[in-house]
Design a protein around this ligand. Structure first.
Ligand code: PLP
Length: 455
């Protein structure tokens, strides 16, 4: 470790409290300082190079360090770095981007409210839902249904909507009187006693019963990621999306699709809701891949139906909600260039072309004694590790098996994301076959090295 690395690590420990800091571990181990990033690769302050198979945090869709992006951002800064987006002033990139998003989004989702990232886009959806239901006189529609193991962000409402147990420690408070969590659609290791069809019926029945128990007149919305990301790449049984959407429609419950991870190409489509799962949500939430992480931006995309209701003539209503940086011109210019690059380089097609190869390669890991499940879609994958393949018994949480394996991978130049029992991958959409081979080969030797450690 060189002296600069030591200095950065010490200053970091002293002053930068990271998201999800585990204090005891952080005080001793510190964090890996990354200094440069180019394409699909990162380099740390000691000059070690890594293939970033997590794409930052599921956000680096076009690869990092593109000059074209830097130029677009610089041009916008010079032309107009900021203008007030409130009330009666707009800016050109924000307007053009809203129109582009409306063109790419499914069905009648023609309206965009901008925020600073995924969490604020979720909180905006939460407030928009309240506003809409009150505008239409449905004042009792206050309850939200979400799922265990879901992640929707870290602002107060977003974290309350999220259902990951580890994210709800006793030291924090949550909205718990009007937000309800039902079973996560994860069959592997949890509902092995049921066939897929039985599990699907169980989930659908649970959703409908929850709506009926609360009273349909009291339920405002259902929140769902098309594929849960942070919860562990959870892919619901076939038919789940369409049928849950139909249940929501039947009971006049808004369907919110949180596409912060799945949007903008991760599953090979601009949005997964319609193109992969054949549903037209009332609201789609987007962030991350919208700018490929070059600048922070979130978008809450909503239907004509919601717009027509809230903006009906003659009420003099005002949606009293917004951020200084709603529709930030530089972030919107970055998003427009990002979309242009994805279109020109046909990155969505790269995902659909290479996804079967990625899947087949990952599946070669299944001969390893602790590889329990390999699941994913497009460029969103995970390997779940188990202590016993027959019973799907997990390792004790405190062993942090995913982290043990990812530590070995780090040392071999590969970044994968450990999530307790899992290693998660969401690489840039520019990934190629050689890089897929590197990911899978490195994972294999990292798992084998961990097996030796466990002996
Ligand atoms: N929704 C989903 C599905 C996410 O995965 C995330 C972040 O990982 C968020 C919302 C929150 O986004 P942000 O971290 O940009 O606030």
């Amino acid at each position: 470790m060189n002296s600069f690395t030591k200095e950065i690590m010490q200053k970091d420990k002293d002053h930068f409290m990271h998201p999800w800091t585990i204090f005891d571990v952080y005080k001793t181990d510190g964090a890996l300082p990354i200094e440069t990033a180019q394409g699909n690769y990162l380099e740390d302050t000691d000059g070690n190079r890594y293939l970033d198979a997590v794409g930052g945090l599921w956000c680096n869709n076009i690869g990092t360090g593109r000059k074209e992006m830097a130029d677009a951002i610089a041009e916008q800064v010079i032309k107009m770095s900021y203008a007030n987006p409130f009330v009666d002033m707009t800016n050109v990139p924000a307007t053009l981007l809203a129109a582009k998003i409306a063109e790419l989004a499914p069905g009648s989702l023609n309206h965009v409210f901008y925020s600073c990232g995924g969490s604020t886009a979720v909180d905006t959806a939460y407030r928009l839902i309240q506003y809409y239901q009150n505008c239409r006189g449905k004042h009792a529609k206050k309850h939200i249904i979400s799922r265990d193991m879901s992640y929707h962000g870290s602002t107060y409402a977003a974290m309350s909507i999220g259902g990951k147990k580890g994210d709800h420690p006793a030291e924090f408070d949550f909205i718990d009187d009007t937000i309800h969590h039902i079973t996560a659609p994860k069959q592997y290791g949890q509902h092995e006693d049921k066939s897929e069809a039985e599990f699907l019926n169980f989930l659908l029945n649970e959703l409908e019963q929850k709506i009926l128990t609360l009273g349909a007149d009291n339920v405002a919305a259902f929140f769902a990621e098309p594929i849960m990301g942070a919860g562990g790449v959870i892919i619901p049984p076939v038919g789940y999306h369409k049928k849950t959407w139909e249940i929501c429609k039947k009971h006049d419950v808004l369907y919110v699709s949180d596409e912060v991870v799945t949007g903008f190409g991760r599953l090979g489509h601009w949005f997964a809701s319609e193109d992969v799962f054949d549903i037209q949500p009332d609201i789609i939430i987007s962030a991350k891949g919208l700018t490929s992480g070059y600048l922070p931006l979130g978008a809450t995309i909503f239907s004509d139906q919601i717009w027509d209701e809230i903006s009906e003539d003659g009420h003099g209503r005002c949606f009293a909600h917004g951020f200084t940086y709603s529709g930030h011109p530089v972030a919107c210019a970055a998003a427009l260039k990002n979309i242009e690059i994805m279109e020109r380089e046909q990155l969505l097609e790269n995902v659909t072309t290479l996804a079967p190869y990625f899947k087949a390669k990952l599946e070669t890991l299944s001969d390893l004694p602790i590889v329990g499940d390999i699941r994913g879609h497009g460029f969103m994958w995970c390997v779940e590790f188990v202590a016993n393949k027959e019973t799907c018994e997990l390792f004790p949480e405190e062993m942090d098996i995913g982290k043990q394996i990812s530590n070995h991978a780090d040392a071999k130049g590969l970044i994968v994301r450990p999530v307790v029992h899992l290693n998660v991958m969401s690489p840039p959409l520019t990934l190629n076959k050689t890089e897929i081979d590197f990911i899978v080969n490195t994972l294999r030797v990292s798992i084998e090295a961990t097996l030796i450690d466990l002996e």
